[in-house]
Write a protein that binds this ligand. Structure first.
Ligand code: NAD
Length: 477
């Protein structure tokens, strides 16, 4: 597959003297050359967005929504091509890669029916106050590598439906599918409304500092998020930070294990654990701990093996890049050094001939202050811990870096809800593993984020709210 990739500036393809190539996570070979945007490219993109904004911001919501339907059609038409590209750059199976594209199609359709409308905020005999939602200007989207398309696309649909222009910067680990998709979408929107630039931390940092960018929507690690927020303060940009999680999953003594175990396994190992809201620490009541663990190991060995050679479409895959592979290897090695019991997996050398493969690994009862428990692993290694006291498990669950999601499993919904309401997270899933819903506000509490995206509340963060105060007293004489 020989493909060409371009930065898209003012609806035109632009190459660059400097290129970089992503390492294929399955073969460790270089993929295609990808143009790295220069400072001049970035300035041109900002200028094009600023030129496009006055007319685009005045379009109606239905006009913008019609554009989203066209973007969805392009994604659908090129599903196979984009699936192939995304699978190569991320290491995901074709099945997993196709979820990223189909999910983006669904987002386009959903936001083609959801938009912000004026709202009456207050009324009495003297005054009537109507809130209207005004676009911000140009949004800079700084994106991660774990779901390259869907996590860029949510920023694109949110920006467009609210009347903003957007410049997307995909992760340098996974630039190709996003760049190809935006290239394929040329002609749908006025030049300058939707643009893409390939680059790394330096381009991201430039975006956070540029006065021509009104808002940064960032998804990534907590450490980078802090840098982004500090840089955005210099020009008082609006900022949304979607950051890491360290989700606790709490299994109660009465949980239906036949259903809970497969759900927890999916929560931990879907996409090889590279999910921001993956279940990352499993707390199982001591009365069912042994049975749960035995069943979980069986389930994980059966479903999350490296089965693709047998032609079985897999929900599992290699770690997506060397950087993360080394982090996860380090965590598994640390567990071994400390003598924690590894119930399955654990191999870190020569797992498969080539590529960043690590087996699904389950560690029984590592220390609460171990690297695996305290930090986000973002890969296929899962600690299983036991609990006996409700207050204690809630306290252990509520780490500062665990503000994104959590899950609770029990047959007693009232009890599960009572626990859920005490968890300090943006979302809690009861009797299901953590999975974002495109209509539901998705946000991280505490260190896991600042603001959030999705649903109507998400769209509000892409707008200024302007209140129109209509005096009524003049009408009265
Ligand atoms: P990262 O922070 O390393 O990089 C994210 C993006 O920021 C990349 O595009 C990178 O080039 C850019 N960047 C790096 N330094 C920058 C700087 N100084 N200024 C501006 N931009 C800069 O994160 P990652 O490794 O790509 O993503 C994985 C992380 O993202 C995990 O922690 C995961 O939990 C988190 N994540 C969160 C969500 C969510 O919705 N909360 C979703 C997916 C992933």
């Amino acid at each position: 597959m020989q493909l060409q990739f371009f930065n898209i500036i003012n609806d035109e393809e632009r190459g660059s003297e400097e290129t970089h190539a992503v390492t294929d996570p399955r073969t460790e070979e270089d993929l295609w050359p990808c143009p790295v945007a220069t400072e001049a490219d970035f300035e041109d993109a900002v200028a094009a967005a600023q030129k496009a904004f006055p007319a685009w911001s005045k379009t109606t919501v239905p006009e913008r929504q019609a554009a989203l339907v066209k973007l969805a059609a392009i994604l659908e038409e090129h599903l196979e091509e984009l699936t192939d590209i995304l699978s190569k750059e991320s290491g995901k199976s074709k099945l997993m890669a196709s979820f990223d594209i189909k999910g983006s199609v669904a987002q386009c359709h959903y936001y083609s029916t959801l938009g912000l409308t004026d709202e009456l905020q207050y009324e009495d005999e003297h005054t009537r106050v109507v809130a209207t939602h005004v676009p911000l200007g140009t949004v800079g989207a700084i994106c991660p590598w774990n779901f390259p398309l869907i996590l860029s696309n949510i920023k694109v649909v949110s920006s467009l439906v609210t009347g903003n222009c957007i410049i997307v910067k995909p992760s340098p680990f996974t630039p190709y599918a996003v760049m190809r998709w935006i290239a394929l979408s040329r002609g749908v929107l006025p030049p300058g409304v939707l643009q893409v630039l390939n680059g790394g931390a330096d381009l991201g940092a430039r975006m956070t500092l540029h006065p021509g960018i009104a808002k940064i929507s960032f998804t990534g690690t907590i450490a980078t998020g802090k840098r982004v927020m500090a840089a955005c303060a210099t020009t008082l940009k609006k900022v949304t930070l979607e950051l890491a999680g360290n989700d606790a999953c709490i299994v109660l003594p009465d949980a239906d294990l036949a259903k809970t175990v497969p759900s927890v396994a999916a929560g931990g190992f879907f996409n090889a654990g590279q999910v921001c809201v993956a279940s990352k620490r499993i707390y199982v009541h001591e009365s069912v701990f042994d049975e749960f663990l035995e069943r979980l190991v069986e389930e994980v060995e059966r479903v999350y093996g490296m089965q693709e050679d047998a032609g079985v479409p897999s929900l599992f895959g290699p770690v997506s890049n060397r950087m993360q592979y080394e982090v996860v290897r380090g965590i598994i090695e640390d567990c071994k050094r400390k003598g924690y019991e590894i119930k399955t997996g654990g191999k870190t050398e020569g797992v498969v001939g080539k590529g960043f493969w690590l087996p699904a690994t389950i560690v029984s009862k590592p220390a609460e202050d171990s690297w695996l428990v305290r930090e986000e692993q973002f890969g296929p290694v899962l600690p299983i811990l036991s609990w006996s006291d409700e207050d204690d498990v809630i306290k252990r669950a509520n780490l500062a870096n665990a503000g994104l999601g959590a899950s609770v499993y029990s047959r007693d919904l009232a009890k599960a809800e009572r626990i859920a309401r005490r968890l300090e997270t943006g979302g809690v899933w009861i009797n299901q593993f953590e999975r974002p819903n495109m209509g539901a506000f998705f946000s991280g509490h505490k260190d896991s984020g600042f603001g959030g995206e999705m649903g109507k509340q998400g769209l509000l963060s892409y707008s200024y709210t302007q209140c129109l105060h209509f005096g009524k007293d003049f009408d009265k004489s």
